[in-house]
Write a protein that binds this ligand. Structure first.
Ligand SMILES: *Cc1c(COP(=O)(O)O)cnc(C)c1O
Length: 479
């Protein structure tokens, strides 16, 4: 290939195979790499030329730089010893689905710009509703339906825009009364961000007190709504979280739904990671009360073997959402849209353009089947429960929150300083990667178990590492 020209089909085949081999090798060896990247700020950039090449370069040189420059600057989210933040697990079928989506290069903003992109997506959202046992109201054959968003953050924003549309009667003007959103301090930061983006301001977020398990207190929600109405404000949106990011707290959705409905506000349920657990019938209690929610979201890109980005966002009534987000310029008018017989997903999201994301979900669901997906969730939940049992039985460590699913929050009994030093040393060693949060004003380690390749041996090793590191920290401070 003369660099600078298009790759021929033959060259694309050659490098495409090399790339697939590279990824397969990577996934085989990722267990041996230091989980948290050990580079200093600026180090990666310094290894690359400051200026873009004027003449094209051989693709072999580009691939060589992936190993030389990129890999050392990676934190390995696919490592089976990655227990930080939340899982972002992938799988063979998902990666191949992404590859196909890139190969097709389709823009699915309208039904007409690629009917398959829209119709497969609608069907996948219905399949997910069935697999998770979601209420009928979220299925596409009624007034509601689902759409793929890039992230749960976008789902929260779209829920707020739809809720605002409903509260203000769709004028599009600034409402006369101050609109208010309700969530706990443990809700995801995307709630406050959505309030800022939508122009509600800091006055527009009312934080509701939590109980001893870090879940929303319905009595406090009721009081807050009543107080705001009395003061002339308009309750617009309540965000309940099923599985908070910090500690996996589960807000009592049924009680919250009753209160929210009484005050005429919109209820959005954010189940970004934990909603995936509802694949398993024995864990569907998570969704008690969901049949009264106005919208719901869950991320296959966290815990269902599907590459980022893939968030399933459902509404019980699509009308306010579409009304809030639909603008029709002349250049997008077409017969199919005008007929009203098709869905145009550009009206269900903030951007206009959209990728063919449903392909990877279709590949994943067909490859694993419902039974394969459930097996994978059950395995992680069982490992987390076993880990929690080890902590309960230990004299030096304790649980910092209930661990109903796959996230276990722990702290050392000797206090914050020891817990924090254990975290820093463990992460610097590269043997595993954990992140922290604060609960009840104490420093807490989060162990999120959900990697595609994470098995019992990895969890057991983590437990030994935690105990050994704590022993080392304690014996040094004794000296
Ligand atoms: C991870 C998480 C989010 C954010 O997810 P993105 O898809 O990355 O925006 C929101 N809410 C909860 C409860 C989460 O766990």
């Amino acid at each position: 290939m003369p660099p600078g020209q298009h790759m021929t089909a033959e060259e694309f085949r050659h490098y495409g195979r090399a790339m697939v081999d590279w990824v397969a090798d990577y996934l085989e060896r990722v267990d041996d790499l230091p989980v948290l990247s050990q580079v200093a700020p600026g180090e990666i950039r310094a290894r690359l030329p400051a200026n873009p090449p004027e003449d094209g370069e051989p693709f072999d040189d580009v691939l060589a730089d992936v190993d030389r420059v990129i890999v050392p600057g990676l934190t390995h989210w696919q490592s089976p010893s990655f227990f930080a933040y939340f899982p972002a697990n992938t799988s063979g079928p998902s990666i191949l689905g992404e590859m196909l989506s890139a190969g097709l290069g389709v823009q699915g903003m309208l039904w007409a710009t690629s009917p398959a992109c829209t119709e497969v997506e609608t069907l996948m959202l219905d399949w997910m509703a069935e697999l998770l046992g979601l209420p009928e109201r979220f299925r596409s054959d009624g007034a509601g339906g689902g759409v793929l968003q890039d992230s749960a953050s976008s789902a929260t924003l779209c829920a707020l825009l739809a809720a605002r549309e409903r509260s203000t009667g769709g004028s599009g003007d600034s409402p006369a009364a101050q609109l208010v959103i309700y969530a706990t301090s443990e809700a995801h930061s995307s709630v406050e961000k959505a309030a800022r983006i939508a122009g509600l301001g800091s006055k527009g977020v009312h934080l509701i007190p939590i109980d001893e398990h870090h879940a929303m207190r319905p009595d406090a929600l009721d009081a807050a709504l009543t107080e705001d109405v009395a003061a002339g404000r308009t309750p617009c949106l309540v965000v309940a979280t099923v599985g908070t990011t910090g500690s996996n707290a589960i807000d009592p959705v049924a009680a919250i739904a009753e209160i929210t409905a009484r005050h005429g506000a919109w209820l959005h349920v954010d189940a970004a990671m934990s909603g995936i657990a509802a694949l398993c019938e024995e864990l569907r209690w998570l969704h008690d009360g969901l049949d009264r929610a106005d919208s719901y979201c869950v991320n296959p890109h966290k815990w269902m073997l599907t590459n980022f980005d893939c968030d399933c966002f459902y509404v019980a009534d699509r009308e306010p959402l579409v009304r809030a987000l639909s603008i029709l310029p002349e250049y997008l008018r077409n017969v199919a849209s005008d007929s009203g017989a098709v869905v145009d997903y550009r009206d269900w999201q903030v951007p206009l353009g959209r990728r063919f994301r449903a392909l990877k979900l279709w590949f994943v669901i067909r490859h694993y089947g419902g039974s394969g997906l459930r097996r994978h969730v059950r395995e992680h939940v069982a490992l987390a429960q076993e880990f929690a049992d080890w902590v309960r039985a230990d004299r030096s460590w304790e649980l910092a929150a209930p661990a109903p699913l796959n996230l276990v929050c722990v702290r050392h009994r000797d206090g914050d300083a020891v817990t924090q030093q254990v975290l820093e040393r463990l992460n610097a060693s590269g043997a595993a990667y954990l992140t922290h949060t604060r609960l009840d004003d104490r420093f807490v380690l989060r162990v999120a178990i959900g990697g595609s390749a994470t098995g019992r041996a990895h969890v057991e090793r983590l437990w030994h590492l935690l105990r050994d590191t704590a022993d080392a920290v304690s014996s040094e401070s004794d000296r």
